[in-house]
Design a protein around this ligand. Structure first.
Ligand code: KIV
Ligand code: NA
Length: 274
């Protein structure tokens, strides 16, 4: 079992901030784990940042299983969390259970679902059978079509009530934490005070129990970055510069240089063998 467990995450509430970042493959998960991040998260955001889709609605269970397997192989210390993709848990509790099991068998320590109040039964069932669950409310990208795009949540009383209702339902059903995405900071603060489980914010301000960001956003790899992201690096320009230098050196004959290839020391030696 890995060092960071759902129990440890719960105990961090009010004591230390929880850190979470997405990772979708082996090398990135290795780096996130070595950097001491608490939760390495295989998010369905991979549909957008890895597969180039305009939203997360086309992500399949197969994709989530493959990426979870790669991430799980790399992570020794952090909690490995995997997203349940769109339509993998909404149709029935039975289907949700089967799909959650697939992610656990691929190496995840816990699964995440979007919504709360609508899925209380599923969350309770998963927790009872030993699968830790994280919820997700506020902006729920799988409801992209109904929401009419990605936007700030919690501006109306109705939305605040729905967010609170979700968080409380998740707490009641036994979820170990909840993501609050792109809500007004005051709303996230209220939810954080109202529930006993940790809240992990993204674009929801500082008054939450932890933060999550998408790998490609925080490292400056992806071009369409939400306004709440802080770019901690500009990897796209570093990568592009390296690729341009490689291209130029191949064109000019500078690469490969003497240290990158091997030849017979003696030309005659080679000719004898050839
Ligand atoms: O898929 C994802 O990356 C997410 C985070 C934005 C919380 O769900
Ligand atoms: Na997600």
């Amino acid at each position: 079992m890995r060092e960071i467990t759902p129990k440890r995450i719960r105990e961090m509430k009010g004591k230390e901030k929880i850190t979470m970042v997405t990772a979708y493959d082996y090398p990135s998960a290795l780096l996130a784990d070595k950097a001491g991040i608490d939760i390495v998260f295989v998010g369905d955001s991979l549909g957008m940042v890895v597969y180039g889709e305009p939203n997360t609605l086309n992500v399949s269970m197969e994709q989530m299983v493959f990426h979870t397997r790669a991430v799980a192989k790399a992570v020794k210390r952090a909690l490995v969390l995997a997203d349940m993709p769109f339509s993998s848990y909404e149709v029935s509790v039975e289907e949700g259970v089967k799909n959650a099991v697939r992610l656990i068998q691929a190496g995840a320590d816990a699964v995440k679902i979007e919504g709360g109040a609508d899925h209380e039964k599923l969350v309770r069932k998963l927790v009872r059978m030993g699968i830790p669950v994280m919820g997700h409310t506020g902006l729920t990208p799988q409801r992209y079509l109904r929401l009419g795009g990605y936007r700030l949540m919690g501006e109306t009383e109705e939305e605040i009530e729905e967010i609170l209702r979700d968080a409380k339902a998740l707490e009641r059903a036994g979820a170990f934490a909840v993501v609050l995405e792109f809500t007004l900071a005051d709303v996230a603060k209220l939810v954080t005070e109202e529930v006993s489980i940790p809240t992990i914010g993204i674009g929801s301000g500082p008054w939450v129990d932890g933060q999550v960001l998408v790998w490609h956003d925080l490292l400056g790899i992806y071009e369409n970055v939400p306004p709440f992201v802080k770019k901690y690096a500009d990897l796209s320009s570093i990568i592009r510069l390296a690729l341009e230098r490689y291209r130029e050196e191949v064109k000019s004959g500078k690469f490969p240089a003497k240290e990158h290839y091997w030849e017979y020391q003696d030309k005659e030696d080679f000719e004898r063998k050839a």
